[in-house]
Design a protein around this ligand. Sequence first.
Ligand code: SAM
Length: 296
Amino acid sequence: MSKIGASGADLLPLTSREFEWIRQLAYEKFGLSLRDGKETLVSARLGKKIRELNFSSFQEYQRHVVEDRSGDALTALIDALTTNHTSFFREPAHFDFLRKTILPRLAMQERISIWSAACSSGEEPYSIAFCLLEELGERVLAKTRILATDICTKVLAKAQQGVYPSSRFDGIPAQRSRRFLLQGSGRFAGCYRVKPAVRESVEFSRVNLMESIAHLGPFPLIFCRNVMIYFDRETQEDLVNRMAVCLEPGGYLFIGHSESLNGIKHPLRYVCPAVYQKPRADSPEVNTTEVKHDRS
Ligand SMILES: C[S@@+](CC[C@H](N)C(=O)[O-])C[C@H]1O[C@@H](n2cnc3c(N)ncnc32)[C@H](O)[C@@H]1O
């Protein structure tokens, strides 16, 4: 049985039964596939959580999660387990494709609705909003809805605030970022905040991708990047097929450049690395062939 050290500074490694319990729970509720070798990471992250909550053993914490009817304990557990790494304009090839291929078409539409699934702390949906502004001008915001979802409540709260250290914008020319950002002062010195009009074009919401998503669409574009890497093939296949239902005919799905739909059955057409398209009703062929590509 794992007990927290008297100093509160360390957690004994999880027993294999305890790790198995976490693994099952993370898989059933959130689709996360915690492979062998993740024990140390899970121990470290949950150890911190258990210390914060002042539990003296893993069993006490386990009871707390099982008996909590509100679901908050489970949410906090997943918050501790997920990896939220992201950045502005991550995988820039997607943003070039968005500007050159997708936005000219969307510009004609009365409403623009884009989904950033697994948006983490907001850099991805805000990068989408910045592209729209740059390509289509300020007026585009009035007809735009960017739905940005994640399972982790901590990152969603951060995303909603839209405050980031200035270092997060390194590499983005100042004259470009000035258009979207306000410079922080006082306790926000050294930070930038996304301007209110841009923040208002993004709607943040908690969505578990393992639950029903069909009601969220249809979208001409879904970003679902760098989350499927945590799921096994079966879960990826199920998710991609449910995402396809959320796409308009002709709509695009972006996945992470280190992810691939190779070897899974889905109705989408491969377009270029990490970009797939839902065929239009009148399109005769469905091409799912893809080439191996490197992370960009
Ligand atoms: C590495 S971040 C990717 C962020 C962004 N899409 C990008 O590519 O930069 C992965 C995100 O997936 C979220 N996530 C993990 N499992 C999820 C699930 N079942 N439903 C929704 N989001 C999930 C995590 O909370 C995390 O914020």
